[in-house]
Design a protein around this ligand. Structure first.
Ligand SMILES: [Zn+2]
Length: 378
């Protein structure tokens, strides 16, 4: 069943519309359906669009994709959540990119591949590789990681050694099996069993009472955080970069199970993380990788303790959380009222902050918001 509401909430209409048209800072631009200069607009806090010429009523992100690609709403929803399509912008007015229908994963085949992989892992080059990346046998066991000495690389057309990475649902059914090549004989890093979907990795090993929830991209990063925290944390990987369906699913799962537990979002792109924070809400903190190092690189360089300290620097700092919130508000000043409410929130924080570096950040945010306000008045 398609969860239309989850798609509407998790997928950014402005970003999707930006693939079909160019929006100005007032979120207006040529209509992807009928052209013009600025008759297409996004309103209602980025939730709805409309066109002054061809579609006064407008619609939401699903309607837009459906119209641009001449798809049904169901097809548009699937298009928006199919990860390989979401990251590939498809210009409007070309042939509808429906693609072949996805075949379902064969559960029996997948179970056999996983089982065989687990049997082959001990004393394999896969284990050596995993250990060199800072992962212990205990963590590999917990996630049922295995080894396949001869997995076919469809790009290089050769068989290569690979870690077998099962994606299991909360009920233990298999949603996908991925393979991470461990050698250097080709440039492809991952392949997957046919019919695999990559919505969430780690959903099957969530603890009942975690200290922290961490959402990352990539399975190796999830395993690395798991290595650092043990069974103390709920770790989910949304799979490939910008996997919006994964973000929505992670948010549903975490909000449903772990109300009040701090959530750390650790995504490569700051913009993705900011957008995802809106989906998660609450006490979500977006973590930025220091010097561009991912979780696994940090685990290798600084060990589990270093990674833990980075994810939870002596628990969360309320001032930093508030600064992050103000940073978003500063970007979203669209009116004098926006500016005034931003400004009063900033001032009350400014009075509490004694650190000069943080005060400088706040002054810069104030200046940015002011500039935005002036540009709107013109
Ligand atoms: Zn139009």
């Amino acid at each position: 069943m398609i969860d239309f509401q989850a798609i509407r909430e998790s997928i950014d209409l402005t970003e999707i519309a930006g693939r079909y048209t160019t929006l100005n800072r007032y979120l207006q631009g040529p209509c992807p359906l009928c052209g013009g200069r600025d008759r297409f607009y996004i309103h209602n806090g980025g939730q709805r669009w409309g066109c002054r010429r061809c579609n006064e009523k407008g619609g939401d992100v699903i309607d837009l994709v459906a119209l641009c690609h001449k798809m049904s709403k169901g097809e548009a929803a699937r298009w928006l959540t199919g990860d390989q399509h979401v990251t590939t912008p498809v210009p409007a007015r070309t042939a509808a990119p429906k693609g072949p229908p996805r075949s379902a994963l064969d559960q029996d085949v997948a179970a056999k591949v996983i089982q065989r992989g687990i049997e082959l892992l001990p004393s394999s080059p896969g284990l050596t590789y995993a250990v060199s990346r800072g992962l212990s046998s205990e963590t590999l066991d917990r996630y049922h990681i295995g080894f396949d000495p001869r997995r076919f690389d469809p790009r290089a057309k050769v068989r290569r050694p690979a870690l077998v990475i099962p994606w299991l649902n909360t009920d233990g059914t298999i949603s996908g099996v991925k393979f991470r090549f461990t050698d250097a004989s080709g440039d492809l890093r991952y392949t997957a069993l046919k019919g695999s979907s990559s919505i969430l990795f780690g959903a099957n090993v969530l603890p009942p009472d975690p200290r922290v929830c961490v959402v990352v991209e990539g399975e190796l990063n999830a395993l690395s955080v798991a290595e650092a925290f043990g069974r103390d944390s709920a770790i989910l990987s949304i799979g490939p970069k910008g996997n919006l369906a994964g973000i929505a699913a992670a948010s549903d799962l975490i909000r449903g199970r772990y109300a009040g537990v701090p959530v750390v979002l650790w995504l490569d792109e700051e913009e993705d993380a900011r957008r995802a924070r809106r989906t998660f809400g609450g006490t979500t903190v977006a973590l930025k990788s220091p010097r561009g190092l991912d979780a696994n690189a940090i685990l290798v360089a600084y060990g589990g303790a270093g990674l833990r300290e980075l994810v939870m620097p002596s628990e969360h700092d309320p001032v930093l959380t508030e600064i992050a919130a103000l940073r978003e508000l500063a970007d979203r000043v669209r009116s004098k009222a926006d500016y005034l409410s931003f400004s009063s929130r900033l001032e009350s924080l400014y009075d509490q902050v004694t650190d000069e570096k943080r005060r400088a950040i706040l002054r810069r945010l104030q200046a940015e918001a002011e500039k935005l306000l002036v540009s709107i008045k013109r």
